[in-house]
Design a binder for this molecule. Sequence first.
Ligand SMILES: [Zn+2]
Length: 147
Amino acid sequence: MQQRLDGKGMSKLVSDADIVLDCSDNFATRHALNRACVEHRKPLVSAAAIRFDAQLMVFDLRKPDAPCYACLFPEDGEVEEVQCSQMGVFAPLTGVAGALQAMEAIKLVCGGGESLSGRLLLLDALGAEWRTVRIARDPGCAVCGVG
Ligand SMILES: [Zn+2]
């Protein structure tokens, strides 16, 4: 069932969740989910894949110093919206990204292992290369900061 949620509906849905997994393909949904997760201090596990690149992020918003999605991609940022429905995606990559996302969610539920929180995991499927980049909370973030 496909359901379109307004901000209030999404906020209610997130408030009832333990952990939120963002599997969407557009910035409007990602930012709305991020706002609801910041509001309710819920961990957000975000995965994205396009062409031969994937990225995975964990925003453990239960922690006061954790960055949020908007710290990395500001809502008013100059980021070009590209969707896999137009640009294509290497099919096995979505499986890899989804499995990694599930792995991080299970670790958050169990409280075990080292969370990806505060880091961005990047996978270049063509080059067969992985790398992580540290992400800091932006004190001026319009969503989680003082604005
Ligand atoms: Zn933020």
